[in-house]
Design a protein around this ligand. Sequence first.
Ligand SMILES: [Fe+2]
Length: 383
Amino acid sequence: MALNLARPHIVPPAAGSRAESDAHTGSRPRRPARILVVDDEPHVRTMIASALERQGYDVQLASSGREGLETLERNAFDLVLTDIVMQDGNGITLLERIHGQQPQLPVVMVTAIHDISVAIDSMRRGAYDYLLKPFEREHLVNTVQRALDHRQALQDSHNYQQNLEQVVRARTEMLRQAMENLEHSYDVTLEALGDALDLKDSETEGHSKRVTAYTIALARAMGIGPAQIKVIARGAFLHDIGKMAIPDEILREHCARGYNMLRKIPFLAESAEIVYAHQEHYDGSGYPNASCGTEIPIGARIFAVADTLDAITSDRPYRKARSFDAAREEILRCSGSQFDPTVVEVFLKVPNELWHELRSEITGQNKRFSTFDIAPVPDPSDI
Ligand SMILES: [Fe+2]
């Protein structure tokens, strides 16, 4: 919508500065304000028109309410001046029609002195102002000027609001993109860390990815939300990161070492708690703190089951891999001692097919598996 107001002949200094700013910004030159005058008395119409035209306004005339509406349908106006009492109906009806269709278009009611209560009533119905006949030319010009300023202010505020909304939308989108890129960088960094860990401990190759996939599937089955699953997944993936920093003789320190490595990294600080507690047992017989029950973070309790599942079903130098059924039996046997019985209960409801599927997806390397891509992990309840 164009800015409709120009008063080049009214206030020369302002007009000068506006023209200058238009030239600088390259925006469209403003056209004179367009005013519709509706009155059934020809001499009143002519008098108002000549007074306003002398001020540089573009004035159009209508001799009745109906003609006024027709003119409004054909052209855009910045202001309407209408008589209240006309032969073919009254200006109040016209006012209400205008207000319904163009609420931002100001209407000034023109009326004889005995209609003052009607004039005031018209303001309650949305008229901007009224002029009592007979009026001075100066009073007419001032009233018109005020009404146009009011319209301009409304227009400016509307434009400002729209621009603001556009800017906010654009910035929000940029922020969302940046967050997405950042999240992606996090995960690429984590994959690199996990690969480094696998290089150190080649006999458990793929363990970090498998145990993460199992942990995610179990956490989903437990009804944990996506944001928390992300934290748990990162903790599961990096659970043995502390092993990189210590010789095998002091293996028990790897939880605290891993925790200290990760807790300073803001996006891993929460996951570090899981790394710290991943060797704890439900009955308090684990390490490093001998924590028990719900003192152990839920992510670590879930991880413990997933870790044992992978350990039993993977080859070791001293034994061959055992079946998922064997793992189930062993996990059930340790429910309440090593494992949280609630987690075990949910685990036992998940069919072996899901674990097989996740394992072959990761071990087969047929397609790139993103450990942190939570969505593709099937929900056991869907199987
Ligand atoms: Fe460990």
